[in-house]
Design a binder for this molecule. Structure first.
Ligand code: TZP
Ligand code: MG
Length: 221
């Protein structure tokens, strides 16, 4: 097993589940304006990933995104900024491995927020498992230009391996996924398919997101 027997006794209580229905297409976006664009299309899971923004902008953006997600009944995960996610009542928080040591995970759990954790290798998966998150993200599946990372892409076989190994968790695939690669990714049985550039850098983002969300449904095993 991923967790030693003795560790199971001291592992965290679990975070809340992500609610009914698969996560599906999971756009990762860098402004609340994207929520105004994407949520009316029926996309119901989204991550706000704000990097290098002044405090006032962070507060305003997260507040606005939470309000939009509420209005559309969507699951909004806030990357990194868990105090603001708690304060404004987001659906969940998404944390990388670097954030796990400093974030107050008990406060996040007490607040009833879901927790997603990024993983890229066996060590990170084992560490994430200790915290019993609401889902795990697994990447990069393919090479990506959106984030520089030391890890080799998992490829579809690697992703399928993690899908089997982490059967107890909803798994979110991320990294270099586009329209052409989506069917293969969906066929592994992952719960969510996260994308940055295939949506935010598309010539026509709304048309792209609509088509990608539809493909996620069609290719779900
Ligand atoms: N974590 C693993 S890959 C990645 C992150 C944040 C970037 C994904 O972006 P894209 O443009 O969908 O490859
Ligand atoms: Mg982070």
């Amino acid at each position: 097993t991923l967790l030693p027997e003795h560790a199971a006794e001291v592992a965290s209580p679990p975070f809340p589940p992500c609610g009914p229905g698969p996560l599906g297409l999971y756009p990762v976006v860098d402004s609340s304006a994207w929520l105004a664009t994407l949520l009316p299309l029926g996309i119901n899971t989204i991550q706000l990933r704000l990097k290098d923004k002044p405090a006032a902008v962070l507060d305003e953006e997260i507040q606005r995104a939470v309000a939009l997600a509420r209005r559309w009944g969507a699951r909004l995960f806030i990357n990194d900024h868990w105090p603001l996610a708690l304060q404004h009542g987001a659906y969940g928080v998404h944390l990388g491995q670097q954030d796990l040591g400093s974030a107050d995970l008990d406060a996040i759990r007490r607040g009833g927020l879901r927790l997603g954790i990024s993983t890229h290798c066996h060590y990170e998966v084992a560490r994430a498992h200790y915290y019993r998150p609401s889902y795990m993200a697994c990447g990069p599946v393919y090479p990506t230009d959106s984030k520089s990372m030391p890890w080799q892409p998992h490829g579809l076989a690697g992703l399928a391996y993690w899908r089997r190994t982490l059967a107890a968790y909803p798994l979110v695939a991320i990294g270099g996924i586009d329209r052409d690669r989506l069917p293969g990714v969906a066929a592994t049985g992952v719960d969510g398919i996260a994308m940055i550039s295939a949506i935010t850098k598309a010539d026509r983002p709304t048309a792209a997101a609509t088509a990608l969300a539809e493909l996620c449904e069609v290719h779900r095993p």
